[in-house]
Design a protein around this ligand. Structure first.
Ligand code: ADP
Length: 427
């Protein structure tokens, strides 16, 4: 079993996964770490009756079925990451799960240009991840803290880093470079890195399996649409282009991020708002996107509901969101030339029939014809093709970043046995 950790500055998300059975046994969140009200909530899978673990998956194949979990919540005083992980270790021990752990997999946001794959953590790897702090000051220090604390708490387990950026290292230079002075890249690491790579990679593998095609022959566009959204052109299983950049700010319209804007707006608005460049960037990250446009909420479910009731801001935000996604899909036909499927994933992609329908309506010229009967019923964990027979294919596939991290961690740390390819057949 693999402990998967996603460490933020004041939170830790975690899961215990069995990668070969593709089952999540524990999941949870520690939050408000380092301040009053710090707490950890742990959901532990309960084997009611002697039900085999696999039955914890619901009919659609989703890994988590909340009803099957018992929730334990503990206050941590104003404890930090160390106290949170210590409590998690204690609880796992009490449930007999601690001894079953074989490794820890960490989500690490930025691997810079160093990492094109996941890596077993060694002092050299820590050094390289630390070097990436300069280009990911908001995320990587927290990820490093998670690695340090997990190593203290579980000193006998190997630790693995799985990077959000590594999948995109296959982008060609004409795709990842900005048209800025070359010295910016050479001296200051300025280039597009892309994020959400763990999700895009999972979707590529899973789609290849669903379409019964070798990954090396699979061309898809993956639209990961959640609170953060990005889109990726994947050719032969490799990322060719993606919409996020040096940071996760550009590209699609997101919950609170603007996505693409004219960079000259930054100094212009700094002056107008009597702030500095960072002040404007903060607004572009936290008060823009669906929230900024709708002046209502960053939540797509609420927006689509408000839009149908006539809220103009919500209608505009939904239209802008869908138009931007469609424009990127059309653009990404350039690196792909041939498309096996447009795949929708993430909270919005998996659940919002309206958004998918609007995106596909813009893309009629590429041969997409949505099947409303199927599309309207596709939510809550269903994986299916949502276009008619004869249409260019669009599908919904559920992403699972924790499983991808657990699978990588398992692959890299397995100590015995023949190398088995990890399959999704049970997923
Ligand atoms: P994160 O990027 O934080 O992981 P998620 O992938 O969970 O986010 O996606 C969250 C988004 O998915 C929210 O905007 C939420 O409203 C949207 N969403 C979830 N369910 C639905 C639904 N049924 N209809 C429309 N949007 C939905």
């Amino acid at each position: 079993m693999i402990l998967v950790i996603n460490c933020g500055s004041s939170s830790v998300k975690f899961a215990v996964m069995e990668p070969l059975e593709q089952v999540m046994l524990v999941s949870g969140l520690a939050e408000k770490l380092g301040s009053d009200g710090a707490e950890i909530a742990i959901k532990i899978g309960v084997q009611k009756n002697p039900t085999p673990r696999r039955s914890w998956k619901d009919a659609s194949g989703s890994l988590i079925k909340i009803e099957d979990y018992q929730k334990e919540v503990y206050q941590l005083g104003n404890g930090g990451h160390t106290e949170a992980l210590a409590k998690l270790v204690e609880v796992l021990k009490a449930h007999g799960l601690l001894n079953e752990l074989t490794a820890v997999g960490h989500r690490v946001v930025h691997g810079g240009s160093y990492f094109s794959d996941s890596a077993v953590i060694t002092p050299e790897i820590i050094e390289k991840v630390t070097e990436c702090n300069v280009i990911a000051p908001l995320h990587n220090p927290a990820n490093l803290l998670g690695i340090e604390v997990a190593t203290q708490q579980l000193p006998n387990l190997p630790q693995v880093a799985v990077f959000d950026t590594s999948f995109h290292q296959t982008m060609p230079d004409y795709s990842y470079l900005y048209a800025t002075p070359r010295s910016w890249e050479k001296e200051h690491h300025v280039r597009r890195y892309g994020f959400h790579g763990t999700s895009h990679r999972f979707i590529a593998i899973k789609t290849a399996e669903l379409l019964n095609k070798p990954l090396s022959d699979l061309n898809i566009i993956c639209a990961h649409m959640g609170n953060g959204s990005s889109i990726c052109a994947i050719k032969g299983g490799e990322s060719m282009d993606t919409s996020m950049g040096f940071t996760p700010l550009p590209g699609l319209i997101m919950g609170t991020r603007s996505g693409d804007i004219d960079p000259a707006l930054i100094t212009y608005m700094a002056e107008r708002l009597n702030t500095d460049a960072q002040g404007v960037i903060d607004i572009l990250n936290k008060k823009s996107g669906l929230l900024g446009v709708s002046e209502l909420t960053n939540d797509m479910r609420e927006l689509t509901e408000a839009a149908t009731k006539g809220h103009e801001g919500a209608q505009l935000a939904v239209e802008m969101f869908c138009y931007r996604v469609a424009k990127y899909v059309a653009e990404y036909m350039v690196p792909l030339q041939r498309l096996d499927a447009l795949v929708f994933t993430g909270g919005i992609g998996e659940n919002s029939a309206i958004v998918r329908e609007k995106v596909l309506a813009h893309l009629r010229f590429l041969g997409f014809i949505v099947d409303p009967a199927v599309n309207d019923k596709t939510y809550g964990g269903k994986t299916t093709v949502i276009t008619t027979a004869g249409s260019t294919r669009a599908m919904v596939v559920n992403t699972n970043e924790e499983l991808m991290i657990a699978m990588d961690t398992h692959q890299l740390t397995r100590t015995s046995g023949a190398v088995k390819s990890v399959s999704f057949e049970n997923y």
